[in-house]
Design a protein around this ligand. Structure first.
Ligand SMILES: O=C(O)c1ccccc1NCC(=O)[C@H](O)[C@H](O)COP(=O)(O)O
Length: 254
């Protein structure tokens, strides 16, 4: 699946035009996650659909969902901007950035420097760089470009092999272990458990995907995660604010 997504991305790149540059103040993703009052920092995702699940939320108002996340006290918001596979849009990110006061992560498949510039122009505070989608040298260059433009980068890996490749090149400040295999969609929190001890101390570890309840949050924190990235389980809540409280405090869980 990842290959298919990347092939479409390469095609889209040929028609990519840069939008008007937003004047924006950058917010630090890493600092915000480290300042969390919960047992982990929470990056809450705005996600309408996905290749593995199809439509996740019919009643989808990205600005309202982000406002609810903000009200609930999340540390950061991840906005899926890919249109083809996730029904996202880069305009969602721009509008959300103007309406909340937490850092915004641009979740997309970034493979080219022009997308890093685009991310800065639309107001992103941080971008996702996927280890399984990039050569380590290329990833490092995109990472440096992001920081040069005042953003941060969440460097995501799924396997030990990919993490090894990345760490041979450089040490990212924020490392995400994706519990979902992007080829098979198999999702298991034990991936964080397997990988946590391999992530350097100085890298803030984010556990991504498949986190559904407070018990899951406790588990990945026990494995070593300092932050979590949660999409689907929050997007399926009727009351987002209460959903965030339940996820992060265990309050009201049966
Ligand atoms: O979510 C997918 O099906 C997916 C498929 C292929 C590539 C990426 C995919 N998801 C991106 C993500 O990393 C997740 O949206 C994010 O980690 C949140 O996961 P979840 O809480 O399980 O929605």
């Amino acid at each position: 699946m990842l290959e298919t997504i990347l092939a479409v991305k390469k095609q889209e790149l040929q028609q990519l035009y840069l939008p008007e540059e937003q004047q924006t103040t950058r917010r630090s993703l890493r600092d915000s996650l480290l300042e969390s009052p919960y047992i982990a920092g929470l990056i809450a995702e705005v996600k309408k659909a996905s290749p593995s699940k199809g439509i996740i939320r019919e009643d989808f108002n990205p600005t309202q969902i982000a406002a609810d996340y903000n009200q609930a006290g999340v540390q950061a918001i991840s906005v899926l901007t890919d249109q083809h596979f996730f029904q996202g849009h880069r305009d969602f990110l721009t509008t959300i950035k103007q309406n909340v006061d937490v850092p915004i992560l641009r979740k997309d498949f970034i493979i080219d420097p022009v997308q890093v510039v685009e991310s800065a122009y639309i107001g992103a505070d941080a971008i996702l760089l996927i280890g399984e989608a990039l050569e380590a040298r290329q990833l490092h260059e995109l990472y440096n470009q992001a920081y040069d433009l005042g953003m941060e980068a969440l460097v995501e890996v799924h396997s030990e092999e990919t993490l090894d490749r990345v760490l041979n090149e450089f040490t990212p400040r924020i490392v995400g272990v994706n519990n979902r295999n992007l080829h098979t969609f198999e999702t298991k929190l034990s991936q964080t458990e397997r990988m946590a001890s391999l992530v350097p101390e100085e890298s803030l570890l984010v556990s991504e995907s498949g986190i559904v309840n407070y018990e899951d949050v406790q588990d990945v924190v026990e494995y070593g995660a300092k932050a979590i990235l949660v999409g689907e389980s929050l997007m399926r809540q009727n009351q987002i604010v209460e959903g965030v409280q339940r996820l992060m405090n265990g309050v009201g869980e049966s």
